[in-house]
Design a protein around this ligand. Structure first.
Ligand code: GNR
Ligand code: NI
Length: 173
């Protein structure tokens, strides 16, 4: 088990497209387990590989409410097969955009295919918070952040705050 450092925006590594995984190796399984540990430690409800500096199509999530009942998802090469016309608005945050929040509208239900940790292909249909979370994580794999779904005005405001935070941090070192 290991806690990995999380990359904070703005950073070019959060804007890059991730490569599909060709082969599920023990190193990859270890990375997925470390990503879950990192997510629980943060704490967050999801995490994508680019947030920990890996340009690979891997995401993890757990939206269960009670801390003692874990319901983790670990997905390789996730793909959206179908989205509902019904939409759902949720106030999103991101571990790579600390303390920034905004309402984002997304399809309420999605059907997703992916490979699990054993390399078996799976298809699931999810809704509400889990659907929001998995769409947010899959966006990361394309270099898309939740702020890319809101107005330019709000996005610029958030990005300006994050740049300022980074500058102050550098000064303190
Ligand atoms: O922890 C997280 N919370 C969250 C809240 C609303 C919508 C999406 C998320 S995902 C986020 C963790 C994260 O940044 N994943 O990429
Ligand atoms: Ni995020």
């Amino acid at each position: 088990m290991a806690i990995l450092p999380i990359i904070i925006a703005p950073d070019p590594r959060l804007k890059a497209e991730c490569d599909p995984v060709e082969k599920v190796t023990p190193e990859l399984v270890k990375l997925m387990d470390d990503m879950l540990d990192t997510m629980y430690d943060a704490p967050g409800i999801g995490l994508s590989a680019p947030q920990v500096g890996r340009q690979q199509q891997i995401i993890v999530a757990d939206v269960s409410k009670q801390e003692d009942v874990r319901d983790p998802y670990q997905m390789i090469n996730p793909e959206i097969l179908w989205t509902s016309k019904d939409v759902f608005s949720y106030e999103e945050g991101c571990l790579s955009l600390p303390e920034q929040y905004a309402d984002v509208m997304r399809p309420k239900q999605v059907r997703i295919s992916y490979l699990d940790k054993t390399g078996c292909s799976q298809i699931i249909e999810v809704e509400d918070l889990l659907a929001v979370c998995l769409q947010h994580e899959m966006d990361h794999l394309k270099g898309i952040l939740f702020v890319d779904h809101i107005s330019k005005l709000k996005r610029d405001l958030i990005m300006r705050k994050l740049r300022k935070m980074k500058k102050l941090e550098k000064k303190g070192k």
